[in-house]
Design a protein around this ligand. Sequence first.
Ligand code: ADP
Length: 143
Amino acid sequence: MKLRVKDYKSVPIVVSENTSVYDSIVALFVNDVGTLFVVSDQGILEGVVSRKDLLKTALGKIDVNQLPVSIIMTRMPNIVTTTPEESLWTAARKLISHEIDALPVVRRLANSQEDKFEVIGRVSKTNITKVFVDLGLGRLEFF
Ligand code: ADP
């Protein structure tokens, strides 16, 4: 609970809303991640697309080169997020309770009327597992 998201987050892998499902699958492989965050031209978080979202679409008869990822993504405001100052334990709890693999680390855009969030990181089950292993090895100092 003393560990903060900001100290353990990874770089977020983002695609734009008009990226095709095909190119999104390529991005998943090239960046070796399981979850992509979908952002607007202004870099605002619009959605999340997972391995199985893409797999399901690829199994159908739709042309994945023509289909934009925005059609199949899970959209805001239904995205579960975390913030740099949140505890890593709270983030881990969100992953478990929502049965998802990754959370975007976000910063709320100042001067915005609606809730708009910039994506500044990623916390996945891998980040949590690494910390768990380091704790077991006595490698983490958190007092
Ligand atoms: P997979 O679908 O590959 O098992 P997940 O368990 O992470 O991967 O995703 C399950 C579903 O939840 C998918 O439809 C995905 O779009 C959605 N999802 C993934 N991450 C989030 C998140 N942070 N907030 C809301 N929905 C999410």
